[in-house]
Write a protein that binds this ligand. Structure first.
Ligand code: URA
Length: 239
């Protein structure tokens, strides 16, 4: 791989900026300053440093974001901030995209990656990847609702959902619930509650497949998945 491509990959700026960085003499290849942008490096064995710091190439990035309300889970939007606006430049350069969507007013776990294959597997309806949400519902959620969700409900457009596991955490004028669904229809959780005559007033995703939201992340914060988490996701989707 060309050294300028490696440096661009790691967020050292545009082609022009990378070129002037190289010209400045701050980049070394195996301990020797390199100024030629077209110089080839073996990403597995060569050691590239910028200002003495080792730069490693990576193809894929896997992020977990605790999505706040008010941002759109898309890569661009004309009116609102998107989840990509929450990323540091050094991560945004990998051009990650959200794995599926959360509504603008939904919080919680959103995975972002540039690994199209893994994203595709996680979103494939055939894989039935479970997604766990906690929600506050206006009104009392009852055992009948739990049963209705277990049997699958009929959405406003006539679609019959797959069975979903609804657990009542507390019930009253406002109820707190957890629900696990294996599909990802548009506004699915909200529409499932509408199907039983109830309204979701707060929604947060807490888990996707085997990956729970890291609760130490404040709203709007994110971190890279650990190698173990990435392996877990990959083996999970291979099932
Ligand atoms: N279901 C919804 O209604 N909204 C979301 O954001 C996710 C699931």
């Amino acid at each position: 791989m060309r050294i300028d491509k490696l440096l661009a990959n790691r967020g050292f700026g545009s082609r022009k900026e990378v070129k002037s960085l190289l010209k400045s003499g701050s980049v070394q290849l195996n301990g020797i300053p390199v100024k030629d942008s077209s110089k080839h490096v073996k990403v597995e064995s060569d050691i590239v440093t910028v200002h003495g710091e080792v730069i490693e190439y990576k193809e894929f990035i896997y992020l977990m974001l605790n999505k706040p309300q008010g941002v759109i889970s898309a890569t661009e939007d004309h009116l609102h901030d998107t989840v990509l606006d929450l990323l540091e430049m050094e991560d945004a350069v990998y051009k990650p995209f959200p794995v599926g969507r959360l509504d603008k007013d939904t919080e919680g776990l959103l995975l972002l990656t540039n690994d199209g294959q893994l994203a595709h597997q996680l979103l494939s309806p055939k894989k039935h990847v479970p997604k766990t949400y906690v929600a506050i519902i206006e009104g009392e959620v009852t055992a009948e609702d739990v049963e209705a969700f277990r049997n699958g409900v009929t959405l406003d457009d006539g679609y019959e959902t797959m069975p979903a596991v609804l657990t009542i955490i507390s019930s009253g004028l406002r109820s707190e619930i957890e629900v696990v669904i294996e599909e990802g229809k548009f506004h699915q959780v909200k529409r499932m509650f509408e199907a039983v005559g109830k309204r979701v007033i707060y929604l947060k995703r807490t888990k996707m497949g085997p990956i729970p939201l890291d609760e130490t992340l404040e709203l709007g914060e994110y971190r890279e998945l650990t190698d173990e988490e990435v392996t877990l996701l990959k083996t999970y989707t291979k099932k």
